[in-house]
Every structure is written in structure tokens, then in C-alpha cells.
Ligand binder design. Structure first.
Ligand SMILES: NC(=O)c1ccc[n+]([C@@H]2O[C@H](COP(=O)([O-])OP(=O)(O)OC[C@H]3O[C@@H](n4cnc5c(N)ncnc54)[C@H](OP(=O)(O)O)[C@@H]3O)[C@@H](O)[C@H]2O)c1
Length: 342
């Protein structure tokens, strides 16, 4: 039997189904948006699960992010670190170098905030450094300066673990190459052993501005550097060759002095206008630009609650998948800064 449908009724039914579908889709989208935009502080009541997970370092680590830097904060270190975590920072950088960092303050700060927010160790990403004797204050050493350098590194790691209230580090960085490449490799082997012993998840190096040295380290390392943390500034041509080497080998380039070194460029009306068009400040525009490159992780050491919130907001927008910079906009910013290449 052939049923003949009334075309008017069919069209009405179709329209009703379509409307239902649109309403359902809108509801789903708004739920996802509310969950993903919920501030980290909403986990303060100890609610674990999706809200906390959405702001866990383990979920953010493969997406562009900012690292909270803890240098020069002295007795206020714990307070600022705690504020940073409560604002939404999940990645923290420090060093076993009492001259510039209060590593124990970092340990107290992150644990206090984590307890308040109901976060666990896995929700926070901790990086610290072994600083050779040349970078230490001889009157305030974290290890015995007369020990062989290999022993100094081992002691430094134990001190860091204790200071940071943890039994592993997410990232351990050699603060600078040693006077000879041979010595650098000796320390690197200690760092590799720490990875093999499960005390450290990844290793890296800082203040290494010579591509040949970095390349040689990369070649000779059994465990390759996962991180290069350098000053990002015009005098080193913004590490163009090193950054390209890092990009090709999936080494994360962590930038410091990011804002201070480009203060003049960031103060121009042109950058102000470009930033405003994206609802950003020149400073967060700079962070967004670097994060948009994909392999650069800027450090922010702000002590201002307002700047912390602005930094977390730009990180969340980037993590949320928003295309913050087109390729042309990246190129334009590179020219403004005076970068020879992206
Ligand atoms: N490996 C090394 O040898 C090495 C050397 C130096 C630093 N670092 C690391 O890098 C971290 C960052 O140091 P940094 O030298 O790059 O500078 P920084 O400590 O991040 O300082 C940036 C400056 O910009 C200001 N600022 C304005 N708007 C800001 C915003 N939205 N977000 C952040 N800052 C804003 C800050 O002032 P307000 O405080 O008022 O916001 C501050 O004066 C250090 O804490 C340390 O962890 C490593």
C-alpha cells in the first residue's frame, strides 16, 4: 500500500525536529562553555572531577601555556606562588639558588594553594634548576662548594625535592653550561640518572646561547633536553637559530625577560592598538604571540593580582582553541619586535 503524506504536515514536523535539534545543540554548547570557563577557584570547595581536571597541569601540558616564575620574591614567595595557583597558573619555575629564589617558599606556596583548591601533586607542574657554584652566593650555598660537581648536583636535587614537598620533579634544568663541555656532560649524566631513577620526568638547560654547544649536548645526550630556558632579547637575535633547532626537535623554548627586553616595542601605540583589538594588553599580546608559535613557553613572574588574572585569561583563551594570531599577524609582530625570523 502506498501512503501519500500531506506535504504541509511533513514540513511542520521537519521544522519541529530541526528546532529541537538546535535547542539541544545550544544547551550542550553552553554547558561545555560553562564547564571550561569555570574559574579555578570554583574548585575551592574541594570538588574534584571535571572542574579541577580542566585546570590540571596534566591536561594543559601539551597545549600552549605560561609558567609562573618565582625569582626575586624573597619572603613573599609563598604568598605570590599561592596567589598564582589560585588565579589559575599550574606551571611553576624555580631554582635551588637562594641568591635569587626562595625554593622552600615555592614549596609552601604551591602546597597551601593546592590544599585550599583540592588539587593534587599531579595537577601542578614543578620545574627547578641545579645552579653551579658560579651562579651561587658563596655565603648562602645550598650544597658544599668543595664537593665534586657531580655530587653537588645530586645534593641539589635532594634539597629541591625537600624544599618543594615532592618526591619527583616534572622538569629539572641545568641553570647554565659549566666552564667546560666535559663538565656540562658530567652533570648531564647525573640528570639522566635522575630520570632513570624516577626522581625527575624531564631535563633541560638554561642560559645556553650557543647553537653549537646546544647541538653537541643534544647529540651526546642519551636523554635529550626537553627544555631550553633562555633570555628572549634582541642582543641574541631572539635566539633565531636555537629556536629553529628546538622547534624541529620538539624541544620547548622557555622565554624569560620576555616583557622587560621588549618594553619599548610593547609601549608603542601600534602594539597598544593591535592588543586592544583582541581585548588584550600589550603584555598579554606578547605572551599570546609567543604561545601562538606553538613551541615557546613564556615565563611570567608578575606579583600583581591583576596581571596574574590577565595572564591566566590569555592562557585560557589560547588553550580553549581560539586562533589568537594568524600567520600574517605573527609576522607583523616579529617585525615590530625586530626578530630576524619567526
Ligand atoms: N634561567 C634564568 O637564568 C632566569 C633568569 C631570569 C628569570 N628567570 C625566570 O623567569 C621568570 C620571569 O622573569 P622575567 O625576567 O621574565 O620577568 P618578570 O619577573 O616576569 O617581570 C616582568 C615585568 O613585567 C611587568 N608586567 C606588566 N604586565 C604584566 C603581565 N600582564 N604579566 C606579567 N608581568 C607583567 C611585571 O610587573 P608586575 O609584577 O607589576 O606585574 C614585571 O615588572 C623569573 O621569575 C624566573 O622564574 C630565569
Amino acid at each position: 500500500m502506498v501512503t501519500v503524506k500531506n506535504p504541509k504536515t511533513s514540513r511542520k514536523r521537519l521544522a519541529a525536529h530541526y528546532l529541537l535539534l538546535v535547542v539541544a545543540a545550544c544547551f550542550l554548547c553552553s554547558t561545555v562553555l560553562i564547564v571550561s570557563r569555570e574559574p579555578a577557584s570554583s574548585a575551592a570547595n574541594g570538588v574534584r572531577g571535571i572542574l579541577v581536571d580542566a585546570h590540571s597541569a596534566s591536561k594543559m601540558v601539551n597545549k600552549p601555556h605560561l609558567i609562573y616564575g618565582t625569582a626575586w620574591k624573597k619572603d613573599a614567595t609563598a604568598k605570590h606562588v599561592s596567589e598564582a595557583v589560585k588565579t589559575g597558573f599550574r606551571f611553576i619555575d624555580t631554582a635551588c639558588q637562594p641568591k635569587h629564589y626562595n625554593e622552600a617558599g615555592v614549596g609552601n606556596g604551591w602546597t597551601a594553594a593546592a590544599q585550599e583548591l583540592g588539587l593534587g601533586r599531579g595537577d601542578i607542574w614543578l620545574q627547578t634548576k641545579f645552579t653551579p657554584v658560579s651562579g651561587q652566593d658563596p655565603n648562602n650555598m645550598p650544597y658544599d662548594k668543595d664537593l665534586p660537581v657531580v655530587e653537588q648536583a645530586k645534593v641539589s636535587l635532594q634539597v629541591s625535592l625537600k624544599n618543594l614537598h615532592t618526591d619527583y620533579l616534572d622538569s629539572w634544568v641545568l641553570h647554565s653550561p659549566l666552564p667546560s663541555f666535559e663538565e656540562t656532560m658530567k652533570v648531564w649524566r647525573v640528570m639522566e640518572q635522575a630520570v632513570n631513577d624516577g626522581l625527575v620526568r624531564q631535563i633541560g638547560i638554561s642560559n645556553c646561547y650557543d647553537l653549537d654547544t646546544f647541538r653537541l649536548l643534544y647529540q651526546q645526550a642519551s636523554i635529550k633536553p626537553a627544555v631550553l630556558q633562555n633570555r628572549f632579547y634582541a642582543e641574541s637575535h631572539f635566539d633565531t637559530g636555537l629556536r629553529s633547532f628546538c622547534k624541529d626537535r620538539k624541544v620547548k623554548y622557555q622565554s624569560f625577560w620576555t616583557l622587560s627586553a621588549s618594553r619599548k616595542a610593547l609601549g608603542t601605540p601600534q602594539v597598544k592598538e593591535l592588543a586592544e583589538a583582541k581585548g588584550l594588553t600589550p603584555q598579554t599580546y606578547m605572551y599570546a604571540f609567543l604561545m601562538s608559535l606553538g613551541y615557546v613557553t613564556p615565563l611570567s613572574g608578575t606579583t600583581s593580582l591583576i596581571h596574574m588574572a590577565e595572564d591566566v585569561a590569555v592562557m585560557e583563551r589560547t588553550q580553549g582553541g581560539e586562533t589568537m594570531f594568524t600567520e600574517d599577524e605573527q609576522k607583523e609582530m616579529a617585525v615590530i619586535l625586530g626578530m630576524p625570523r619567526l
